[in-house]
Design a protein around this ligand. Structure first.
Ligand SMILES: Cc1cc2nc3c(=O)[nH]c(=O)nc-3n(C[C@H](O)[C@H](O)[C@H](O)COP(=O)(O)OP(=O)(O)OC[C@H]3O[C@@H](n4cnc5c(N)ncnc54)[C@H](O)[C@@H]3O)c2cc1C
Length: 410
């Protein structure tokens, strides 16, 4: 019997354990999944909480509801991964050994990385929406805010769901308009990127939306510190932006246990083969989801495509076959653009988001790089798809590799 241990029972780990459970008997596998928290958060839903579209109850379910029977579920924090001994030390005192390890410990926000971020203004007029606590605290603040200057700032890349800060800006524009406050709110979007997004075509397209919505874009702003006594953020090259309300997307980092185990880079992300998803340092370790150091987006949709490739590669390893370098960085993201509309982008390591129809070439129903009502419904349907299909490891009618059919090259 081969022991497969999955670390992290979030989006990626849960999908993976469900896929592996279907072949556990056939391949004589003993599956174990470890996580420290009982609660599964639907993280894409955090975006909607400050605007009252979702409440906290809409984004939580018990993790155990999604773990298949026959799998050992251990609720404990992971203390250390001893990769050279193929062992894991848990904080509950247990030591697990493995033949194959899948690390899916995700990424977390680290506001403490930015000088002054958590001084006086934190959760008073400085909020994040990447955590449930942050999103809820911001909801309470926005309810009573009468206007002023709102600055949305990305501290540094990479961040999970790189479109989420833009979506926040678009939704804020809509929400303040609905409440009759838009003329009292100035919105500025300050990013370390050279434009609104990471890829030039999408960056230009999304930049036009910021302009249309009267949201000021400040690019190449690399935050160095927050001066919360004077309500301003200051970049490394001494540029200053004043705010009345700061919405920060703090530095995103991999789990501390990755650093403690000597497995990560400067941001605790794990060096991973970009196509096979095997750890670059250890033959019997694979990495999935936000925990990788890959240049693909850190998104649930990406974790889903990766899980399909990793599943196949684990089977190949068990069958003593070479790995298939099948992962191409495929990402598929709905972007909520406010006023009941949305945009969809589909891209990979090499090909930028292009216009076209998705998933059925020429038919849709979704439109790529275009703002439509149907795309908004796709975004809202994603929650159902997430809880009912994605987490359960179900096959979806979208291939792991990006498909060029239905896309128009520019
Ligand atoms: C605001 C926001 C909006 C988003 N919008 C979208 C979207 O529209 N579409 C999309 O596809 N994606 C979106 N995402 C991104 C998506 O949620 C993540 O990419 C996805 O959840 C990553 O899955 P993961 O399994 O790698 O990490 P996670 O789901 O975060 O799971 C990591 C797990 O590891 C566990 N863990 C970590 N360290 C330890 C330890 N030491 N001991 C034990 N357990 C540990 C954690 O408890 C957690 O359960 C969004 C994210 C945010 C924050």
């Amino acid at each position: 019997m081969k022991k497969v241990v999955i670390l992290g029972g979030g989006t990626a780990g849960t999908m993976m354990v469900n896929k592996l459970a279907t072949i556990a008997n056939r391949y004589d596998l003993h599956l174990t999944i470890v996580d420290r928290d009982e609660t599964h958060y639907y993280q894409p839903g955090f975006l909607f909480i400050p605007f009252g579209i979702y409440s906290e109850e809409d984004v939580v379910k018990p993790k155990r509801d999604f773990f298949p029977t026959g799998v050992d579920v251990i609720m404990s924090a992971i203390d250390e991964i001893k990769a050279d001994e193929s062992k894991i030390k848990l904080t509950n005192g247990k030591v697990l050994s493995y033949d194959f390890l899948i690390i899916a410990t995700g990424s977390r926000t680290a506001p403490g990385e930015i000088e002054g971020m958590q001084n006086g203004g934190w959760r008073r007029n400085i909020f994040d929406f990447y955590t449930p606590d942050g999103a809820i605290a911001l909801t309470r603040f926005l309810k009573y805010w009468e206007g002023g200057k709102m600055v949305i700032n990305i501290a540094e890349m990479p961040i999970k769901c790189p479109v989420a800060p833009l979506e926040f800006a678009f939704l804020a524009d809509w929400w303040f308009t609905e409440r009759g406050l838009r003329d009292k709110v100035e919105i500025e979007f300050a990013t370390p990127l050279p434009g609104a997004f990471t890829k030039p075509i999408a960056s230009k397209f999304l930049g036009q939306f910021l302009e249309k919505k009267n949201i000021q874009l400040t690019s190449e702003f690399n935050i160095g510190k927050v001066d919360s006594a004077n309500n301003k953020i200051i970049s490394w090259d001494e540029k200053e932006i004043e705010y009345d309300l700061l919405i920060t997307v703090p530095t995103n980092m991999g789990a501390d246990v990755i650093a403690d185990s000597g497995l990560g880079d400067d941001l605790n992300f794990i060096p991973t083969d970009p196509n096979t998803l095997r750890s670059k340092a250890h033959e019997n370790i694979f990495v999935l989801g936000d925990a990788t150091d890959l240049p693909s987006s850190k998104a649930g949709s990406v974790a889903h495509f990766q899980a399909e490739v990793l599943f196949e590669n684990l089977l190949r390893t068990l069958d003593k076959r070479p790995l298939d370098p099948h992962f191409d960085g495929h990402a598929n993201c709905f972007i909520e653009s406010g006023f009941g509309k949305g945009i969809l982008i589909d891209f990979n390591y090499d090909i930028e988001p292009l216009p076209g129809k998705f998933p059925l070439p020429g038919v849709g129903p979704f439109s790529l790089l275009e703002e439509t009502r149907m795309n908004h419904w796709g975004k809202m349907m994603f929650r159902w798809v997430y809880w009912n299909l994605l987490l359960r490891g179900a096959e979806l009618p979208i291939e792991a590799r990006m498909n060029m059919a239905g896309k128009k090259r520019q």
